[in-house]
Ligand binder design. Structure first.
Ligand code: SF4
Ligand code: F3S
Ligand code: FES
Length: 248
């Protein structure tokens, strides 16, 4: 069954833009990305949108639908009423390149700032051994498709451009937590998490976890445990004595 939907799509570039209205056909089983493609094919051939897999796995098609950060290819049209106006806008936290395409290089910069996995120097590749429980813990984090919806949603940077320099965002704080929990990672990531990557800016609002299309428990399983590890280091009386007395 087909019907006509009312779409409002943001059109513009770094200099500015506005919402443009469209009436467009919708067929059973379609997702928002199908409708954007139909607009390109029939009414707005220069409408810019980034996508690759149309299967929720490449993380390219992130945008905001009625103000909620979502993957366009995984948002079924059936979740909206037929007479609802559906507004599609680019991710708000990142600079617009054109229409629905944003410049997400902030995230690549943050990724590069995290030192890589550092196995113990005395072990050669092939000699690494881990408990299954440790493998499973990081497997949840490895489901990340780098859609950056969590980075887009976190209020620390969404409304505060000035925080971007000092805050890695939930996706990369999760990466630090993954490495910190890795039994074969020789580094101590706790000081850097707090001092360089802005873990303290996170006040565990959990908005990042709510929008994650992979349902990763970013806050509960990565950010809070990481905060606990940082607190343990700071307030462990033995660590405190070692740092503050015996170094004198
Ligand atoms: Fe996307 Fe989830 Fe990865 Fe964040 S953690 S980038 S929301 S898949
Ligand atoms: Fe931001 Fe997620 Fe923390 S939304 S404040 S990183 S819990
Ligand atoms: Fe790949 Fe949507 S097109 S996640």
């Amino acid at each position: 069954m087909s019907y006509k939907a009312n779409f409002r799509v943001w059109r513009g570039d770094a200099a500015g833009g506005e919402l443009q209205d469209f009436t467009v056909e919708v067929n059973e089983g379609e997702v928002v990305l199908d409708i954007i493609h139909r607009l390109q094919a029939t009414q707005a051939s220069d409408l810019a949108v980034r996508w690759n897999c149309k299967a929720g796995k490449c993380g390219s098609c992130s945008a905001e639908v009625n103000g909620r950060p979502r993957l366009l290819c995984m948002t079924r049209m059936s979740v909206f009423a037929e007479d609802e106006v559906i507004t599609v806008t680019p991710m708000r936290t990142f600079p617009v390149i054109r229409d629905l395409v944003t410049d997400v290089s902030f995230n690549y910069t943050k990724a590069r700032e995290i030192p890589a996995f550092a196995p113990p120097p005395e072990l050669a590749p092939g000699e690494y051994r881990m408990q299954q429980v440790d493998v499973e813990r990081s497997q949840e984090f490895r489901k990340c498709i780098e859609c950056f919806l969590c980075q887009n949603t976190c209020h620390v940077v969404r409304d505060h451009e000035e925080n971007k320099e000092h805050f890695a965002g939930p996706r990369y704080l999760m990466r630090i937590a993954e490495l910190e929990m890795h039994p074969l990672d020789a580094g101590d990531r706790r000081e850097a998490a707090q001092a360089e990557h802005g873990l303290g800016y996170c006040n565990i609002t959990k908005c990042c976890s709510e929008v994650c299309p992979e349902n990763i428990h970013i806050t509960d399983n990565a950010l809070i445990p990481m905060k606990e590890r940082v607190a343990d280091k700071r307030y462990d009386p033995l660590v405190w004595l070692g740092t503050n007395l015996f170094r004198r």
